[in-house]
Design a protein around this ligand. Structure first.
Ligand code: NAG
Ligand code: NAG
Ligand code: NAG
Ligand code: NAG
Ligand code: NAG
Ligand code: NAG
Ligand code: NAG
Ligand code: NAG
Length: 432
């Protein structure tokens, strides 16, 4: 993989063995919530009069993107607090995978997911298909961008005699383009081989062996993958790449291949948070935003990251000629996200007590894990053959310098829709 960015998410549903068959799934109080009739909105006179509040409750694509971004940043923060290493996640993928699984849930299980995804404040009374249609539009706006997305898909592997409801099949096809494939999970070596081959094929060999083992109790696995084309519009010139020092902390540093280019770059210095924010454009109307504190203090930036802050940076950026030094790096990370998602409030579905009656009439199902694998490689490559861009430096416009030589955060967004696709942190560019 050269300059490509990839993610895969897996949600396996297993039969819960440890729960006795009595007293499960006590009926949920007050929950009549086919698709999306969340009722979290408090009705009171103050709010009814607040026009802008009402406007924000409309499930429009831009409102949903804002709420999704809030979810994505929360997920990143939850993970960032548990690790102090490099991070790369695709919270967008988690959002959509859960949005599709949510269609198989009802009652309080549905509401938990809706709320964790930050969608509970939308007024979808009278419009049960409003959210799924927006998921569809959002997905399309990204996946139909052929300059950006090379390969993507959703697939559910279903155990042979596991009854999946028609309504779930229909919604999954209509709004999530999901493929369905039947398997005998009880023959787990064979099931493993089928899934591994499927994923290997779909990911162009990038993930040759996904599972070492599959639980024979598995009934259903939902998988979601996307392969992005992470190519700079303006490449770095490999001839300028040199080994240079990257300061991991006050006390330790490493040598990294540091790329260089002079280019017109959008940037801003945030005086409050004392950090540089620069935007490096990718082809396909996407870009990588790099956020680097003056000193090594990523944690305080992580605490402040919000949709509003990012919008403010973007709105105030200035285009100017800059010398950019940026390390080459390659990350390949695998996260088990169950704990983080539970921290964000998604609990019942992991417990064996979840209400999955939109998916099936079988009981005692639990989501056993949520695994995300993400790979990214950042190198000099761009769309044009090696070219030195914007290098005519004139005497009176001395370029500023942006040197990413200590830990930073990066965010990859699809720009027209402002959809946050990936977010990560580089602590040590020499580590995978
Ligand atoms: C929604 O909330 C209102 C006000 O809290 C309540 O009167 C109503 O019964 C709720 N509806 C449902 C379907 O839960
Ligand atoms: C109505 O909503 C507003 C804003 O959320 C809140 O401050 C206020 O306390 C609520 N009033 C009542 C009577 O619930
Ligand atoms: C009305 O909405 C604005 C913007 O969301 C909010 O700042 C304000 O507090 C709201 N006012 C009331 C009375 O709820
Ligand atoms: C799931 O939720 C629906 C709607 O709230 C309810 O009618 C049904 O009884 C619940 N099923 C289970 C198994 O709890
Ligand atoms: C939700 O929208 C419907 C019309 O689509 C409206 O009648 C209702 O009052 C709205 N509810 C809230 C809480 O804003
Ligand atoms: C699912 O779709 C098929 C074909 O479009 C339709 O005949 C069937 O009634 C649908 N089932 C449900 C439960 O929506
Ligand atoms: C891989 O996928 C391609 C196209 O989707 C298909 O033609 C081919 O038969 C597949 N190969 C294997 C080994 O499944
Ligand atoms: C990128 O955005 C421009 C302007 O918004 C648009 O004209 C162009 O079609 C977009 N390209 C892609 C690949 O989406």
């Amino acid at each position: 993989m050269k300059g490509e960015i990839f993610f895969l998410i897996l949600l396996p549903l297993c039969i819960e063995r440890s729960i006795s068959s009595t007293n499960i799934n006590s009926p949920n109080k007050g929950g009549n919530d086919d698709l999306s009739q969340s009722n979290h909105t408090s009705h009171n006179a103050t709010q009814k009069e607040n026009i802008s509040y009402e406007a924000q409750q409309q499930p429009t694509i831009s409102n949903v993107i804002k709420k999704m971004t809030d979810f994505e940043l929360s997920l990143y923060r939850t993970i960032a607090k548990k690790h102090d290493e490099n991070i790369i996640i695709c919270p967008f993928g988690i959002f959509f995978t859960f949005a599709s699984l949510m269609m198989g849930t009802k009652g309080s299980t549905y509401r938990e997911i809706l709320q964790a995804l930050n969608l509970h404040l939308f007024n979808t009374t009278d419009k049960p298909h409003a959210l799924p249609s927006i998921f569809r539009m959002l997905q399309d706006s990204i996946t139909k961008n052929e300059d950006l997305v090379l390969e993507q898909g959703s697939v559910s592997f279903v155990h042979e005699d596991f009854p999946v409801k028609d309504s779930f099949l229909n919604v999954s096809l209509q709004y999530f383009d999901m493929e369905f494939s039947n398997l005998d999970f009880q023959n787990s070596p064979k099931a493993k081989e089928v899934i591994n081959n499927y994923i290997k094929n779909k990911t162009k060999g990038m993930i040759p062996k996904l599972f070492d083992e599959i639980d024979p109790q598995t009934k259903f696995i939902l998988a979601n993958y996307i392969l992005f084309n992470g190519k700079w519009i303006y490449p770095f010139n490999p001839a300028f790449t040199e080994l240079d020092t990257f300061y991991i902390s006050k006390y330790s540093n490493v040598k990294v291949p540091m790329m260089f280019k002079t280019d017109k770059i959008s940037s801003i210095f945030d005086k409050n948070l004392r950090c540089w924010v620069v935007k490096l454009p990718y082809r396909g109307n996407a870009s990588m935003m790099v956020i680097m504190p003056q000193e090594n203090d990523l944690a305080s930036i992580e605490d402040h990251l919000s949709t509003e802050l990012i919008d403010e940076w973007l709105a105030n950026m200035k285009l100017s000629k800059m010398d950019v030094y940026f390390p080459k790096f390659k990350l390949d990370q695998k996260y088990k996200m169950k704990k983080c998602l539970q921290d964000l409030g998604i609990k019942e579905i992991f417990s064996g007590k979840g209400n999955l009656s939109g998916l099936t009439d079988e009981r005692n199902l639990r989501l056993s894990q949520v695994t995300q694998r993400v790979m990214i490689e950042v190198d000099e490559k761009g769309t044009e053959a090696v070219a030195v861009t914007g290098a005519e430096i004139t005497a009176y416009s001395m370029p500023d310098t942006f040197r990413a030589d200590h830990p930073f955060i990066f965010i990859i967004t699809e720009d027209p829709s402002k959809t946050l696709l990936f977010i990560g942190r580089i602590n040590d560019p020499t580590k995978p």
